[in-house]
Write a protein that binds this ligand. Sequence first.
Ligand SMILES: Cc1cc2nc3c(=O)[nH]c(=O)nc-3n(C[C@H](O)[C@H](O)[C@H](O)COP(=O)(O)O)c2cc1C
Length: 223
Amino acid sequence: MIDSSSFIPFQHPIQVSKEETLQRASAFYETLNGRRTVRDYSTQSVDRAVIEKCLLAASTAPSGAHKQPWHFTVVSDPKIKRQIREGAEKEEREFYAGKASEEWLDALKPFGTNEEKPFLETAPYLIGIFSRNYDLLEDGSRSKNYYVSESVGIAAGMLIAALHQCGLSTLTHTPSPMGFLNEVMDRPSHERAVILLVVGYPSEDAIVPVLKRKDLEEFSTFL
Ligand SMILES: Cc1cc2nc3c(=O)[nH]c(=O)nc-3n(C[C@H](O)[C@H](O)[C@H](O)COP(=O)(O)O)c2cc1C
């Protein structure tokens, strides 16, 4: 039985004609199609208020049972960025020196990546995105979360899109393993770092690898 006092009427805040619907769909696609993962950053600063608004945008993501099983740790302190770079480069040295399979290293070749991660110090912000399989309540008990990786993945995607449409670039960085981020970012052990998002403006000489995105027919089916 639905308790009607717990529900409110809803009308979509965007009400547009059919033509405008397609225009908006096209414009949004064009906006997102201009996003590229950037690995060369300028030191140009970004207002904290911009990051805060983009985090609020990410936090509107749907989540399993509305558990919002995410935490974002925003780092701009150069000392902490240095520690993160040291931790990431340590893991990445081992990754490139043998931990990764030949197949994986081959797949990474087009991106020209290696164990050097200078962007972890040049970019103005590093955002640690953490997931929680459960929340710890004040009395010490656990409250389970549901569809955690799906929910956090959606929130991360919305954060990337929000930052992009502000003119900022990102790198979805996943140094493997990422356990060191709990210590450096002072997060509890029931949280798991899933993405280290690098945020800032591309450097003037930034380059990105040529890549082609799949055509609609390749990745979708209409029944
Ligand atoms: C889950 C995930 C993990 C990634 N990890 C890394 C990474 O550790 N280092 C890196 O340089 N790029 C990383 N990338 C970026 C991808 O290489 C990049 O998104 C892909 O090549 C497509 O390029 P585009 O983002 O410019 O469209 C990652 C992307 C995703 C979604």
